[in-house]
Design a protein around this ligand. Structure first.
Ligand code: NOJ
Length: 469
């Protein structure tokens, strides 16, 4: 029924004017929402949780723009049942959440804290009882502080190994009900903002050589975790990364520019998806790093490129518009004009075409057969109107445009199986504190009351039609 509708044009009975074609998605397309532990859970001292690098960072004066922290956040830890009802009201069929490593291992390694994992047991059971499929991310940046203190966090490969042990422990206990695990969320942001710019926890500003080594350890952590999940997961457990791949869009869709954008995608993601998929750092990438190149073994590369079942992609901004060029690299990057628009967050330049090109490049370059859009969404000013409703039509515009491009991709056979909207509800937006709201449910951070915005209706309608609303 829905797929038949997707190919039909509808016409307005009174005027006879043809509405645009219904932009339908494949049958069984999985619609979900996403959050992460430190951004929503709160309850930072509950049930034996240890401190994470984000607790330490958020409590550092000057680190968070509104001087807030995730101590209580949205109180998802206690209100998860209510939040699952919100998902149900949308008709969502999947939920991407992350597991807080310091709840499970308060010291990062050593003795597990069963009460910490119990929360995820309760969450997963409640999701299953409501027909919502759990998708668990193992690392969404809340490293146990103990590992930062003891090993220097990701500056040491001991952290990569500890990550694999934690992944094994969790998978052994949850994979009877959780069939999809993401290893690490946005490797590149945790490397650059956390260890290069110092804008995210742990707030380091490492020199280039140190930064390159951190990047390698993060990729190694991903690979070791993939192996641990394979070894400890029940039959049918699937695993992949959730990357914010550098998005390269052909400035004009000519064959030459498209080819140039593919070359750029491979090169600009060299330390992340490229090495995960190919088991090698491209020569040009290593040559450019020179003496600052990371130290690694052939075995590391084999581990990093352990086979995965899907690629998760967080898609927000277009990073580069690419044009073909007669130079050594075969592409050049068009600079962003000062007049390029942005959403409420100044970094959030809308580029809906990214939602078409990123999965298409990934599928083509590395022959990937299963892709999930693990995040997409925007912050907005979200002021209630006189009737109390938040008419977030800017968010709706943004989502509609991105989903239209996603539909273009799926209708051409790009194998995207599902989409997780970021975010179910407003939450702690890292160094922007509570000043950037990404939710389709508004959260009053004093009372923790949740209220649907107009975009929640847009998303509910999209899910019900399995087509862009
Ligand atoms: C990606 C990150 O994974 C998520 O934690 C963050 O809130 C969104 N981007 C919006 O910035």
């Amino acid at each position: 029924m829905l797929s038949a509708r997707s190919s039909m044009a509808q016409s307005d009975q009174a005027t006879g004017i043809q509405n645009q074609k219904v932009l339908g998605f494949p049958n069984g397309f999985l619609w979900g929402t996403a959050t992460s532990s430190y951004q929503v859970e709160g309850a930072v001292n509950a049930d034996g949780r240890g401190p994470s690098i984000w607790d330490r960072f958020a409590h550092t004066p000057g680190a968070i723009s509104d001087r807030s922290n995730g101590d209580t956040a949205t109180d998802h830890y206690r209100r998860y049942k209510e939040d699952i009802r919100l998902m149900k009201a949308l008709g969502a069929k999947a939920y991407r959440f992350s597991i807080a490593w310091p709840r499970v291992f308060p010291q990062g390694v050593g003795s597990p804290n069963p009460k910490g994992l119990d929360f995820y047991n309760r969450l997963v059971d409640e999701l299953s009882a409501n027909g919502i499929e759990p998708f668990a991310t193992l690392y969404h940046w809340d490293l146990p502080q103990a590992l930062q203190d003891r090993f220097g966090g990701w500056t040491s490969r001991d952290t990569s190994k500890a990550f694999a042990d934690y992944a094994a422990h969790v998978t052994a206990r949850l994979s009877d009900r959780v069939k999809h695990f993401f290893t690490i969320n946005e490797c590149s942001r945790l490397v650059h903002l956390g260890h290069g710019l110092g804008a995210d926890a742990p707030g380091l500003k490492l020199p280039q050589s140190g930064l390159n080594q951190v990047r390698h350890h993060v990729a190694l952590g991903h690979g070791l975790a993939v192996q641990a999940i394979r070894a400890h997961g029940r039959a049918g457990t699937r695993v992949g990364p959730a990357e914010n791949a550098v998005s390269c869009i052909p400035a004009i869709e000519t064959p030459a520019n498209i080819h140039a954008a593919e070359i750029a995608t491979r090169e600009l993601n060299a330390g992340y998806l490229t090495v995960m998929m190919e088991g090698k750092y491209p020569e040009a990438h290593l040559a450019r790093a020179g003496n600052n190149a990371p130290k690694f073994t052939a075995d590391d590369l084999r581990v990093i490129s352990s086979p995965i079942d899907f690629v998760g992609l967080n898609v927000y901004t277009p990073d580069h518009y690419v044009v073909a060029a007669d130079n050594e690299r075969g592409f050049s990057l068009a600079p962003f004009p000062a007049s390029f628009p942005h959403m409420k967050a100044s970094w959030l330049r809308p580029g809906p075409e990214a939602m078409y090109w990123v999965p298409r490049h990934v599928a083509k370059l590395w022959n990937v057969k299963s892709i999930y859009i693990t995040e997409n969404g925007t912050s907005a000013s979200d002021q209630p109107a006189a009737d109390g409703t938040i008419y977030d039509v800017d968010r709706i515009m943004y989502l509609r445009n991105y989903l239209t491009q996603l539909q273009r991709a799926t209708s051409e056979g790009v194998p995207v199986l599902g989409y997780f909207l970021w975010s179910l509800m407003d939450n702690f937006e890292w160094s922007d504190g509570y000043e950037q709201r990404f939710g389709i449910y508004h959260v009053d951070f004093d009372t923790k009351r949740r209220t649907p915005k107009l975009s929640a209706s847009f998303y509910r309608e999209t899910i019900a039609r399995n087509a862009v609303a």
